[in-house]
Design a protein around this ligand. Structure first.
Ligand code: SF4
Ligand code: SF4
Length: 354
């Protein structure tokens, strides 16, 4: 196994186009290409990426196809790319990892799954993350009336035995349907606990126009707490990038050579290096300094929860007013963790168990 600082935990961005047009799409409009990438370009870029990483003594750690809709590649290409990454892990004696894809789920129908099933060595070689924002009323509003297709494909993918993850964004629309949201999440959490699939369910908060205000965050936090759903929050799940605050470490590499910190910076403004022209040592060094000076609220230094939160994701952090420099999820963290302490689960134990 390579030493930890020579491991690249990463998204591999295959496209700059999408078959949906979500209201909160993270791709700046000017950056959305009309034409989807050629599948051969994706395969060639991945081969080149792996060869270059290996020749410089680097290895891929966590790997997820992303940006903007990776299922636009044909399923046979997805399996080919999955095998390339698996071969790289095997060659470098890296164990216990699976390739993942984060998808809007539109194309994950039986035809697509048939090819994956036929071509993959093992269904478990690929984990399929669906982006879905329950309940239906909210998803349809934000994600182009696609709920029925995505929900059907997601359940079918689970039933066919592929490992499925669920990622949902909480918006100010969700708060209007908070009971339906909680019922949906409780059902899939039950399925996860009892059947092991979905293998993971996570929720994160929207930013920008769809963001919850402070009152709504508090209301939602109480609701999550009383329904036992706090463990779904990314910010409260050990191991996520945002808990490292300004020292977050993740990468998004696209097939053209561009390097971004992650999907939240996936646009022209977010390009900080080029993996085709620069060494990985240079790229890692640049990445480490990307957010190091971002504002953290002075109160965070005195906050007991700083050990877990580190003021959260630097990009999502609150920008204005007295909360400037605090995590987007600051109120949720305080409400949930103070309750947890009342029940005898102290912050230090939570950290020690991470
Ligand atoms: S900027 Fe935010 S989302 Fe991106 S890697 Fe850092 S903490 Fe994670
Ligand atoms: S919980 Fe809030 S105040 Fe405490 S460290 Fe996190 S962002 Fe700062």
């Amino acid at each position: 196994m390579k030493s930890a600082n020579r491991i690249l935990n990463m998204y591999f961005a295959t496209h700059k186009t999408c078959n949906l047009s979500c209201r909160y799409c993270y791709i700046p409009k000017d950056n959305r290409q009309e034409k989807k990438a050629d599948d051969s370009a994706i395969i060639n870029a991945l081969i080149k990426f792996i060869d270059k990483a290996e020749s410089e003594g680097y290895a891929i750690g966590k790997f997820c196809f992303h940006g903007s809709e990776p299922s636009l590649m044909e399923p046979v290409t997805l399996t080919e790319c999955t095998k390339l990454v698996n071969r790289h892990w095997k060659k470098n004696k890296i164990e216990g990892l699976s390739v993942a894809i984060q998808t809007n789920g539109i194309r994950l129908n039986n035809d697509y799954l048939n090819v994956l099933e036929e071509k993959l060595n093992n269904k478990n070689d690929l984990r399929i993350g669906f982006s879905i924002d329950p309940p239906k009323q909210v998803h349809d509003l934000l994600r182009n009336d696609s709920y029925d297709i995505v929900f059907g494909n997601m359940n079918n993918t689970i039933n066919r035995g592929f490992k499925v993850g669920i990622l949902s964004v909480i918006t100010n629309e969700t708060i209007q349907y908070v009971r339906e949201f909680a019922d949906w999440m409780k059902y899939y959490s039950w399925l996860s606990d009892n059947k092991g699939n979905p293998y993971k369910i996570k929720i994160k908060f929207a930013t920008g126009e769809q963001a919850l205000n402070e009152k709504e965050i508090k209301e939602l936090s109480d609701y999550l707490k009383s329904n036992g759903l706090m463990n779904l929050c990314q910010i409260l799940t050990p191991g996520y990038c945002m808990q490292r605050g300004n020292e977050c470490e993740w990468y998004e590499f696209d097939i053209e050579g561009n390097c971004y910190s992650c999907n939240k910076a996936y646009g022209e403004d977010g390009i900080f290096a080029n993996w085709q022209n620069e060494t990985f040592a240079e790229i890692v060094d640049k990445r480490k300094n990307l957010y190091i000076t971002y504002l953290q609220n002075p109160e965070c230094c005195e906050c007991i929860y700083e050990l877990i939160c580190n003021s959260g994701c630097p990009i999502d952090r609150k920008k204005d007013g007295e909360l400037a420099g605090k995590a987007l999820e600051c109120s949720l963290i305080k409400i949930v963790l103070s309750e947890s302490e009342k029940n005898g689960n102290y912050i230090y134990e939570i950290i020690n168990n991470c």
